[in-house]
Design a protein around this ligand. Structure first.
Ligand SMILES: [Zn+2]
Length: 214
């Protein structure tokens, strides 16, 4: 996300956290795990990870720079939607440096200078219409980034508040968000805030920039 581009996944001032208190409860397979008081079916994803509850009020209050709305971020990752305008992020990208077939691959603009196979990110892709604007904003702000086309996007885990299972009452181990893989033993003790994916079959590219020579 860039400060000068209003994005679909951005969090707004009135989108307050309404996550219920957490308790420990045994899952159907008998293992203890984190649960909500008054837990609802949609509080967990298909990996049985518990997700924070957050009010949905896009556009109300100030846009909170650097913060994302958990449900919209998760939806963009699940469906590979553009994190700016929520349309499909597959294919159609215009690249610099001559014609190149992009196929139906999604484009990710990552805030790092080197991207390796299996790179894990919380930032959903960007569609071909929005990519020039987002990349142009990064250039103007002198924020380094790497653009990559991706053959395969795999669900990896979540970023969330990891709880200490022996604390009474149950409380997070740290106030910071912690990356937790779906296969990790910690997955039972996290309240997710963002979905994480891993990127495979990556090709670094240079997207065209608005108001820049192609
Ligand atoms: Zn877009």
């Amino acid at each position: 996300m860039t400060a000068s581009v209003i994005t679909y996944t951005a969090m707004w001032g009135q989108e307050v956290d309404v996550t219920p208190p957490v308790i420990m409860r045994r899952c159907p397979r008998g293992y203890p795990r984190l649960a909500f008081r008054g837990e609802l079916a949609h509080d967990r994803d298909r990996h049985e990870i518990l997700w924070r509850r957050q009010q949905t009020a896009p556009g109300r209050g100030p846009q909170l720079t650097g913060r994302v709305h958990s449900y919209r971020q998760r939806r963009a990752m699940d469906d590979l939607l553009c994190h700016v305008d929520a349309v499909s992020a597959l294919g159609g990208h215009l690249l610099r440096g001559g014609p190149e077939r992009t196929g139906d691959r999604p484009l990710f603009l990552l805030s790092c200078t080197e991207v390796r196979e299996g790179h894990i990110t919380a930032v959903p892709p960007v569609c071909y219409r929005c990519a020039p604007r987002v990349a142009g904003a990064r250039h103007r702000q002198r924020r380094p980034y790497t653009a990559v086309l991706v053959d395969e996007v795999r669900p990896w885990g979540v970023s969330g508040l990891l709880h200490d299972p022996v604390s009474v009452p149950l409380r997070p181990t740290t106030a910071s968000l912690v990356p937790v893989g779906y296969r990790s033993a910690h997955a039972r003790w996290v309240v997710a805030h963002q979905a994480l994916v891993s990127l495979h079959g990556i090709t670094p590219v240079r997207p065209r920039l608005r108001n820049a020579a192609a």
